[in-house]
Write a protein that binds this ligand. Structure first.
Ligand SMILES: Cc1cc2nc3c(=O)[nH]c(=O)nc-3n(C[C@H](O)[C@H](O)[C@H](O)COP(=O)(O)OP(=O)(O)OC[C@H]3O[C@@H](n4cnc5c(N)ncnc54)[C@H](O)[C@@H]3O)c2cc1C
Length: 409
């Protein structure tokens, strides 16, 4: 057993960072922990921000992950509203608000930041959604807006569209690609099946066209002009065109930055430095490739795992994780586990219904599953992928569930 660090610094006071801190104390670590976050808020949960919180349902408060009292009980020094500005890997210091903080071990959990639509920064009525303040602003914008345009038909954009519909707004979603979500779910049929939920729930989806510009009156957006010449009137525009890892401040740190902080199987980026959550691109032992995920479950598990490795490097274990995410649109639960590879086969329900399961394979190996409204199945499929289950086993499991269709083996 190697000596445990005396002072662990965690940069990023959100899901991965908090789960890491909790894991340290659970493991009996008695040393100092400093948690640094650039937002003014205590750690809160992001998924509700595009769901219940935005729906405007009475009584939905801020989705906090912890409280001041919990953090005090964990014995953590918390510095909020303070961005880490510089990292000196050799000197083991991180600079925050001009002050150098020394560490024995550092966990980077800075997450990701939304991509902006160029040229619209100063226009009133244009929103993005990543944090609590964004969600508060958007929720009150929905109070006044009758026509909402969402740019980007990814998962977050689609959830925002769904929330706006729930509040009775007229909603149009603009997507540059011919079919939404093809990268996330691996196939045009799967992407089309999910995005059909928009039309079925009264949202207009316009695909294969980009945004040419916004029209304004007195600095406030009034319409979105599309590349194909159409003009969509709008009182509020929400840009949901994806995120990039929050690594800007690390540019001169010497860490390998390539679509995230590149870490090894043990989540180590450099001597004394680990990374976890949306920002980390790790060598996955399960899929033998570098992976970076923007999923809640990964951030939570990876943060805790990184901390366990930090506290005892000699007992460090590779981070094994089968990707999993969910998304809620119009009262429907979409879930995905594994990786989307090849053309999925629908084994339960059908693409055009409100309930299906579709499986992905690579040769004889079962690789992934996409479900709509099949909550009871998904974790069993995920466990099978984790065990290196075969295609035949996946088909057998599907057949044991309700409503099987004729699956091709
Ligand atoms: C609106 C929304 C809905 C979502 N819904 C789902 C869902 O339904 N299902 C799902 O699986 N996933 C969902 N996600 C994704 C999930 O929330 C993220 O994967 C998760 O929050 C990642 O956690 P993290 O701790 O790695 O990063 P983050 O939550 O992004 O936190 C990183 C923190 O670090 C801070 N930070 C950044 N740079 C610095 C710096 N230099 N110094 C100090 N602090 C810094 C950031 O401000 C932030 O507070 C959703 C995300 C959003 C935004």
């Amino acid at each position: 057993m190697t000596t445990a660090p005396e002072h662990v610094v965690v940069v990023g006071a959100s899901l991965a960072g908090l789960r890491a801190v909790e894991a340290a104390r659970r493991a009996g670590f008695e040393g100092r922990i400093t948690l640094i976050g650039d937002e003014p808020h205590l750690p809160y949960d992001r998924p509700p921000l595009s769901k219940d919180f935005l729906d405007g349902v009475e009584g939905v408060g801020d989705p906090m992950l912890t409280s001041e009292q919990n953090l005090a009980e964990l014995g953590v020094t918390v510095r909020l509203g303070a961005a880490a500005e510089r990292l000196d890997v050799a000197g083991r210091t991180v600079t925050v608000g001009g002050e150098k903080i020394s560490y024995d071990a550092l966990l980077l959990a800075t997450g990701s930041v939304p991509r902006a639509l160029p040229g619209v920064e100063d226009i009133a009525g244009v929103h993005m959604l990543r944090g609590l303040d964004d969600a508060r602003g958007l929720r009150s914008a929905f109070d006044d807006a009758s026509r909402v345009v969402v740019v980007g038909a990814g998962f977050i954009g689609s959830e925002i569209a769904s929330a706006a519909r729930k509040r009775g707004r007229e909603v149009t979603v603009i997507e540059a690609l011919p079919t939404p979500l093809v990268r996330a779910v691996g196939s045009a049929s799967a992407g089309a099946a999910l995005s059909a939920l928009h039309e079925r729930n009264g949202t207009t989806l316009l695909c294969g066209t980009g945004v040419d510009g916004l029209e304004t009156v007195d600095g406030h957006v009034t319409a979105v002009r599309l590349a194909d010449g159409r003009r969509i009137p709008a009182d509020a525009v929400v840009v949901g065109i994806g995120v990039t890892p929050a690594t800007g401040w690390l540019a001169d740190s010497g860490l390998e930055i390539d679509d995230g902080i590149v870490v090894d199987e043990h989540l180590r980026a450099a001597p004394g430095v680990w990374a976890a959550g949306d920002v980390a691109r790790w060598m996955s032992p399960d899929f033998a490739s570098l992976m970076r995920l923007e999923h809640w479950t990964n951030a939570a598990e990876m943060g805790a795992h990184a901390m366990t490795n930090i506290l005892d490097e000699s007992a460090s274990k590779p981070y094994r994780h089968i990707p999993y995410f969910w998304s809620d649109w119009y009262g429907h639960r979409i879930q995905f586990a594994g990786i989307p590879i090849g053309e999925p086969v629908v084994v339960t329900g059908s693409w055009d219904s409100d309930e299906f399961a579709a499986l992905y394979r690579e040769g004889d190996r079962f690789m992934g599953v996409l479900t709509l409204n099949r909550r009871a199945d998904i974790m069993k499929y995920r466990a099978l992928i984790g065990r290196g289950g075969s295609w035949a086993e996946a088909i057998e499991f599907a057949a044991s569930r309700r409503q099987p269709t004729s699956a091709s083996a």
